[in-house]
Design a protein around this ligand. Structure first.
Ligand SMILES: [Ca+2]
Length: 598
C-alpha cells in the first residue's frame, strides 16, 4: 500500500508542479492535486483572529484547505472508484510563522469529525496541521446504539489502522507545494482513539512519522471495550455506586496514601505504592449506607470495586483480559457504570464480533465470547505489536501520557504494553517513553481532580528528542481546570516526581527520581494473581515494594510482597513473594513468583 501511495504521489507531483516551483497562493492549491481519488473543495485565506473554534482563535493568518479522498475496500488504498470517503482539512500558517514541521492530529471515540480545535492550537505554534474524520462521516456513527460504519469493513479498518496513512501523503504533499519545500519533520498527535491510531502508525505505517504522541492509547481496543463491559455489569443493581459514593472512596484512598510521596497535595504520585484496602470502608454494625452522604459501603459495592480494581478475567483460565483500574481513579468511574459499555461495547460486539443485532451483551460469555472477540474484532482495530523495530530503526520516537485517574482507560495498560515492548526489543527500546499523570484523567482532566494541570506539553518533549536526540527527562503540565497557576512535573516511567524545595504547586520544585529497586512487573501485570481462582482485592493488599528486607539467614536484599486475600467469609489466604535484587531475568522471576513462592 505504501509503495502504491508513493507512486501516486510522485505522479501527482510530476503533473502538478511547474519546472521551477514558486510559492502558489492559497487559492491555487484547489487545483494542485491531479489524482482523481482526491478532491479539494476549499482553499481559502483566513486573516488572523477570524476563526474561532471552541474558544480557540487563530493568532496567525492561514490557508485553510479542505477536501476528500476516495478509498477502496481493499487495503484502504486511494481509489477513485472506491465507495468510501475520507474528509480531511489542512491549516497552513503564514510562511513567516511556519516552523517547518508537519503535524497530523488524530481522532477521538468513534471519530467521524475533525479535531479543529486541536489543529488551531498547534497552528498558532507554527505547525502545518492536518486532520481527518478517520474515513467516515459523523452520520455513520449512528445514534449511539447502532453504529453503521462498523458494518463497513473498509471504514472499520480505516478508523484506527489506516485513515491517518491515507490522509497524510495527500496533505503532506500540499504542505510541500505551498511552501515549495517538504516539511523538515513530520509529527503525529493523538489521544484515546487517537492514541490507538498512534500505535497503529508505528506498527503498520512506520515510514510516515518522525515523532508520535499517543496519549491514553486504546490500542487494545477489542479488550478495552470488554473492560467497559466488565465494569458496567459489575455495578448494576445493588452494586451501583453513586457519584457521591465514588468520591467518598477516592477521598479515603487519598487520605491514606497522599503523603507517601512526601507532599500533601490531594494526589498520589504512584498508586502502585499505595496499600489501601477498600474493605476497610465496608459498613460495620450500626452503620447505614447512604448514596447521597456516604460514610461506608455495602458488601455489594465493595465487591464491585474489587472487580474494577482486578479487571476482567477469562473464566476458563483466570487470565487477565484487560488490566483493572488504579487506586484514586474511583471518582471518575460513573461513566463506566452507566454509559461506556452501552455506547461502545454493545455496538462493537453486535456489529463486528457477532454480526447479530440481537446479541445480548448482558449474556456475554467471559470465555468463548472472548475468543470470538480476539478472532473477529482484534485484527481490525488493535495495534498490539511489541516489535516496533521498523519504526525505531528510522530513528522515530513515541511518547505516551496516561492519567492514573483516567475515567475510561485503565491506567496500567500503557505500562503493560511498555513492558512488552521493552521485553521484545531490549536495548533497542530506547525510542519510547510513557509519562504517567498523577490525578490525570482521560486525555486531560478528570473533573474530580480540578487542581491537576490538564495540558501536557508533549511536543516540547518530543520535538527535541526527534530533532536533536535530547531524550526528555521530564515534561511540563499546566492549566488546571480550577484556574490556578499550578504546574506539575511529569516523569518518564518508572521515575516519579519527588519534591525538593519551594512551592508545591510549581513544577520546578520537583525532580524526577527513578526507584532504587525496579517496580516488579508483577505489580503491573496483575493477571496471575487470579490463577488461583480467587478474587483478590488488588492492589489494596500489596505491601509497598519500596521497603526491602534483610532476613537474618539470607544475605541478599530482596523485596517482600505480602498478599492477604479473602477467599470467602470464613477463610483467607496468605501469599508471600520474595523478589531478590540480583535476579535479572524478569520473565522467569515472574513465573517463579507466581508458581513457587507462596
Ligand atoms: Ca501527594
Amino acid at each position: 500500500m505504501e509503495l502504491l501511495i508513493l507512486a501516486q504521489l510522485f505522479l501527482a507531483w510530476a503533473l502538478a508542479s511547474p519546472t521551477h516551483p514558486t510559492k502558489p497562493d492559497c487559492a491555487e492549491l484547489a487545483n494542485a492535486w491531479t489524482n482523481p481519488a482526491v478532491d479539494i473543495s476549499q482553499a481559502i485565506e483566513v486573516p488572523p483572529n477570524s476563526l474561532n473554534i471552541s474558544s480557540i482563535v487563530n493568532e496567525v493568518s492561514l490557508c485553510w484547505v479542505r477536501g476528500t479522498i476516495k478509498y477502496s475496500a481493499k487495503n484502504d488504498k486511494l481509489d477513485a472508484s472506491g465507495n468510501n470517503t475520507l474528509t480531511w482539512e489542512l491549516f497552513l500558517p503564514d510562511s513567516a510563522k511556519y516552523n517547518g514541521r508537519y503535524l497530523m492530529i488524530g481522532d477521538g471515540g468513534f471519530a467521524g469529525t475533525i479535531e479543529n480545535n486541536t489543529m488551531l492550537t498547534y497552528l498558532n505554534l507554527g505547525y502545518a496541521v492536518a486532520g481527518s474524520d478517520a474515513g467516515h462521516s459523523e452520520a455513520a456513527n449512528g445514534d449511539g446504539t447502532d453504529v453503521p460504519f462498523l458494518r463497513n469493513s473498509a471504514e472499520l479498518q480505516a478508523w484506527i489502522h489506516n485513515s491517518v496513512a491515507i490522509a497524510t501523503p495527500v496533505t503532506q504533499s500540499l504542505v510541500a507545494k505551498y511552501y515549495s519545500q517538504h516539511p523538515d519533520f513530520s509529527y503525529y498527535w493523538g489521544c484515546s482513539t487517537g492514541g490507538a491510531q498512534g500505535y497503529a502508525l508505528a506498527q503498520y505505517h512506520p515510514e510516515l512519522f518522525d515523532g508520535i504522541y499517543a496519549g491514553s492509547p486504546g490500542n487494545w481496543y477489542s479488550h478495552l471495550i470488554l473492560s467497559f463491559l466488565w465494569n458496567g455489569l459489575h455495578t448494576t443493581g445493588k452494586a451501583y455506586m453513586s457519584q457521591q459514593v465514588l468520591s467518598f472512596v477516592t477521598k479515603n484512598v487519598i487520605e491514606a496514601c497522599d503523603e507517601l510521596d512526601g507532599v500533601k497535595d490531594g494526589l498520589i504520585e504512584n498508586p502502585l505504592r499505595c496499600s489501601f484496602n477498600v474493605t476497610s470502608l465496608q459498613c460495620k454494625f450500626g452503620q447505614t449506607p447512604d448514596d447521597n452522604e456516604p460514610t461506608c459501603l455495602t458488601a455489594d459495592q465493595i465487591k464491585a470495586l474489587q472487580e474494577i480494581y482486578a479487571g476482567p478475567k477469562d473464566i476458563r483460565t483466570g487470565k487477565e483480559i484487560y488490566p483493572g483500574f488504579s487506586l484514586g481513579s474511583e471518582n471518575g468511574l460513573l461513566g463506566q457504570e452507566l454509559i461506556l459499555y452501552l455506547d461502545y461495547t454493545g455496538p462493537i460486539l453486535r456489529e463486528v464480533a457477532f454480526k447479530d443485532s440481537s446479541f445480548n451483551i448482558f449474556q456475554f460469555n467471559w470465555g468463548s465470547d472472548v475468543d470470538a472477540v480476539n478472532q473477529k474484532v482484534s485484527p481490525f482495530i488493535d495495534a498490539l505489536s511489541s516489535d516496533l523495530s521498523r519504526f525505531q530503526q528510522r530513528g522515530s520516537k513515541i511518547i505516551t501520557t496516561q492519567g492514573w485517574s483516567d475515567q475510561y482507560n485503565a491506567a496500567l495498560w500503557p505500562l503493560q504494553h511498555l513492558q512488552e515492548i521493552q521485553r521484545t526489543m531490549k536495548s533497542q527500546s530506547d525510542f519510547i517513553e510513557v509519562f504517567m499523570v498523577p490525578g490525570g484523567g482521560h486525555c486531560g482532566s478528570n473533573p474530580s481532580y480540578p487542581h491537576v494541570p490538564a495540558v501536557y506539553h508533549v511536543l516540547e518533549a518530543l520535538v527535541p528528542w526527534v530533532e536533536k536526540g535530547i531524550k526528555p527527562s521530564d515534561m511540563l503540565s499546566s492549566e488546571s481546570p480550577d484556574g490556578t497557576n499550578t504546574t506539575r512535573k511529569l516523569c518518564p516511567w518508572p521515575a516519579t516526581a519527588k519534591f525538593v524545595a519551594g512551592n508545591i504547586d510549581n513544577w520546578n520544585s520537583y525532580t524526577c527520581v527513578y526507584p532504587q529497586t525496579p517496580i516488579p512487573a508483577s505489580q503491573i501485570a496483575y493477571s496471575s494473581y487470579h490463577e488461583y481462582g480467587t478474587s483478590i482485592p488488588l492492589p489494596g493488599t500489596v505491601d509497598s515494594c519500596g521497603g526491602r528486607q534483610l532476613i537474618t539467614n539470607i544475605t541478599a536484599n530482596f523485596c517482600r510482597v505480602v498478599l492477604d486475600t479473602t477467599i470467602s467469609n470464613s477463610s483467607s489466604e496468605h501469599i508471600e513473594s520474595w523478589l531478590p535484587d540480583t535476579w535479572s531475568d524478569r520473565a522467569s522471576y515472574r513465573k517463579r513468583r507466581y508458581w513457587r513462592m507462596y
